[in-house]
Design a binder for this molecule. Structure first.
Ligand code: TPP
Ligand code: MG
Length: 625
């Protein structure tokens, strides 16, 4: 039996029939499709989506990049077992996907991209929005998606959709490979009919596998942990992707080994778990970073070891320190010349716990007592940063976080990606549940937060979902507020106004850049932007897009506004201006370095001084071999 459908109709029907399965639960792989239409998809996928509206939900986005962010937010909240597709027109609609695709791929989060492409049959060259490449007739702007995709195919013949679609599903559901998957769809091919074998549309289930460890690697890993006196676990995003939080807690409780977390891994243990020592690295806690400096064995679980985590290879300072990398991806398992333990995080952690239990292995009581005391001291530091002496004053940024901390429970999800908040949150936030802390810090993309909040809320419709945004991030991408309003998706936006880039301003100052180009201010006589703040009312802007906006001036107002927003069942924004406009936030200082190269020669004294300090830090960098 064959069924005659267009390529676009066949693809939509195929996608609606795909499922994933892990740990005995089965769910749809592609929960919905986002789309902005133009030539290149309006008559193809657009027509197919209306034809199959009963089996494929649709969401209307405003910006293609934002649609990918929403899909990524949904995928992360769904533990990568479900995601969304994104369809675009050709040309600018397609290239707007590139940033979102890079973000998805870097964070190992699945998303299916369906950009329209120029005619395969080339009846008129060029068509509107077509790039002409004189030396290569088969290149289109969609080729810019190749390096940021984990799988890329261009479906230039109807029947080629069959292998392309199956390969796309394989990559989306592979825990090692997953990321952005792109099927470029020439617009004439989308509308072309073909007689499809009926089996192409049968329900299909893709098992998201949990491979266990190799026995030799496992034995070596157990041996390394038994031999260590000051072991430290670093939990990365892989712990969440694998839903390995309980297995991690069991290993930590069985052995007494402390657990620090990367941005992606925070929440792996709740903040009040005795073995949780908080964030690690440049934005880490004093507790975790001190443990890191003196550890003899660092056990990475599902981490890519970015420069923020390793303090640009200055953090793990003990002579002879070794790494053990439990990771499902061999690429990450071999980093820092570590012992690889290539396995799913949950499987590997369970096997490690079983192996260590046989030997009754535990770290020394003195080690446990010391990090326990340091953890307690850091909690007091957080209390101090959160507390506001005068509730009628304008809050600092940590006080904003303290006010939010006071209204949330374990069901709330907070989302953030860029600015000065990621650092403050990594140091201060008290994650109450495994999926409360949603930081996109692989790509740290300004503008991620609001669309991602929509995606998270679609995956978790009963939970309070907060997008935490700075004024810079807000101006980068407020567009999807309109989407939330249109679809009645009750996201909450906490908008922190500090008139520019507090984060990059602070960084600029520390590297001799004198805050150049980082403030949203009028120019002064000397040409720098150091004049009065701009007469820009972002609260009114959010209101104009259809959000309800609560303006908070003082700490007291803020507490009331946050409580009101939390209870709201429509999209609601809390707007607050923070106290220190030109300095980074009043949070604890960075406990470890981050390598941002400083001008080797300069005339301005601030840059010369910054270079001296830079060279001192550089001298502490090491290669782990
Ligand atoms: C798309 C994008 N462009 C540039 C950057 C570099 N960058 C990181 S933080 C930042 C400023 C963020 O400003 P804001 O949202 O106001 O937060 P604040 O630093 O004031 O806390 C910039 C420009 C980025 N991360 N993402
Ligand atoms: Mg700002």
């Amino acid at each position: 039996m064959t069924i005659r459908l267009t390529v676009a109709q066949a693809l939509v029907r195929f996608l609606a029939a795909q499922h994933t399965e892990r740990d005995g639960t089965r769910q749809r792989l592609i929960g919905a499709t986002w789309g902005i239409f133009g030539h290149g998809n309006v008559a193809g996928i657009g027509q197919a989506l209306v034809e199959y509206a009963d089996v494929m939900p649709y969401h209307q986005g405003r910006n293609e990049q934002a649609m990918v962010h929403a899909a990524v937010g949904y995928a992360r909240q769904s533990n990568r077992l479900s995601t969304h597709a994104v369809t675009t027109s050709i040309g600018p609609g397609a290239t707007n996907l590139v940033t979102g695709a890079a973000l998805a791929t870097i964070n190992h989060l699945p998303v299916l991209l369906l950009p329209g492409d120029v005619f395969a049959t080339r009846p008129a060259d060029p068509v509107l929005q077509q790039l002409e490449v004189p030396y290569a007739g088969d290149v289109s702007v969609n080729d810019s998606l190749r390096p940021v995709s984990r799988y890329f195919d261009r479906v230039t013949r109807p029947e080629a959709l069959i292998p392309a679609a199956l390969q796309a599903m394989r990559v989306l559901t592979d825990p090692v490979e997953t990321g952005a998957v792109t099927l470029a769809l020439p617009q004439d091919v989308q509308a072309e009919a073909y007689d499809w074998p009926e089996e192409f549309f049968a329900e299909r289930t893709w098992v998201v596998r949990r491979p266990g460890a190799d026995p030799t690697e496992l034995a070596e890993a157990v041996q390394a942990i038994r031999a260590a006196e000051r072991p430290l676990i670093v939990a990365g995003g892989g712990v969440h992707h694998s839903r390995a939080e309980a297995a991690l807690a069991e290993l930590a409780e069985t052995t007494g080994i402390p657990v620090a977390a990367t941005q992606a891994g925070k929440g792996s243990l709740p903040y009040d778990h005795p073995q949780d020592v908080g964030g690690i690295g440049h934005t880490g806690t004093a507790t975790a970073d001190e443990l890191a400096r003196t550890a003899d064995l660092v056990i990475g679980v599902g981490t890519r070891w970015t420069d923020f985590t390793t303090a640009s290879n200055t953090l793990f300072a003990a002579a002879g320190v070794r790494f053990l990398n439990l990771n499902i991806a061999p690429y990450d398992g071999h980093k820092l010349a570590g012992l690889p333990l290539v396995a799913d995080a949950r499987s590997g952690l369970t096997e490690l716990t079983d192996g260590l239990r046989l030997h009754g292995h535990r770290v020394a009581d003195a080690y446990r007592a010391a990090y326990g005391a340091a953890k307690e001291a850091w909690e007091r530091r957080v209390d101090y940063a959160y507390a506001a002496a005068d509730p009628d004053a304008r809050p600092t940024q940590p006080q904003v976080l303290g006010a939010l901390d006071a209204v949330v429970d374990e069901t709330d999800v907070i989302i953030n990606a860029a600015g000065s908040m990621p650092g403050d949150l990594h140091k201060l936030w008290r994650a109450r549940s495994y999926d409360q802390y949603h930081l996109e810090y692989g790509y740290s993309c300004m503008g991620y937060e609001i669309p991602a909040a929509i995606g998270v809320r679609l995956a978790a419709p009963d939970r309070p979902v907060w997008a935490l945004v700075g004024d810079g991030t807000y101006l980068m991408m407020p567009t999807e507020i309109v989407t939330a309003v249109q679809e009645g998706i009750a996201i909450k936006v906490l908008l922190v106004q500090n008139h520019g880039y507090a984060s990059i301003g602070g960084l600029s100052e520390s590297v001799g850049g004198e805050r150049f180009g980082t403030a949203y201010r009028f120019p002064s006589d000397d040409g720098t932007y150091t004049g009065a703040p701009l007469p820009v009312d972002l609260a009114a802007n959010a209101e104009s897009l259809g959000m309800r906006v609560l303006r908070a001036r003082t700490v007291r107002d803020l507490r009331a506004a946050l409580a009101e927003a939390r209870a709201a069942d429509t999209p609601t924004c809390v707007y607050v201006e923070t106290e220190t406009a030109d300095t980074v936030s009043g949070a604890p200082e960075a406990q470890a370095w981050w390598d941002v190269p400083v001008a080797e020669t300069a005339t301005r004294p601030s840059a010369v001084k910054a270079r001296e300090l830079y060279e001192r830090h550089v001298s502490t960098r090491r290669r782990h071999l």
